[in-house]
Design a protein around this ligand. Sequence first.
Ligand SMILES: [Zn+2]
Length: 155
Amino acid sequence: MAPIELHANPKLVEKFHQFLNERNCRHTPERDIVLRKALEWNKHFSIDELYQALSQSGTIVSRATVYNTVELLCEAQILRRIHVDLRRVRYEQLENTNYIHLVCNECGKIKEVRDNGLTAHMNARSFTAFHSSYFTICVYGICNACARKKKKPRQ
Ligand SMILES: [Zn+2]
């Protein structure tokens, strides 16, 4: 197995191990590899991209293990899902909450923009009979690159 770069936030690694213990889930080396690769990723990724990155680094982990581990990471509130549409899901670290996501419905790319006023407002907001953990704001539309491709060439 190829050596793994250890850029993963140790606090989050610990959090996941605790989560697995509490759930009585097995703490396997494969899950650890997927965890670390996912945490090294500082952008949004899909299951396929994560699986390909692991394969390219010479790691043999099944696609099912990648999927299951990422789902567990979402339950542990380490990662969160961003739904591009009904078919496409991307993931990112839950800690990156200070962004608005601009989601392109054509290519599925996600761009982040900051809005400190909105973030402060949402963080201060409380809800009746509900305890919030985090929020995510997605604005759906079409990116410039896709909009250009859609335009018919001029005659
Ligand atoms: Zn696009």
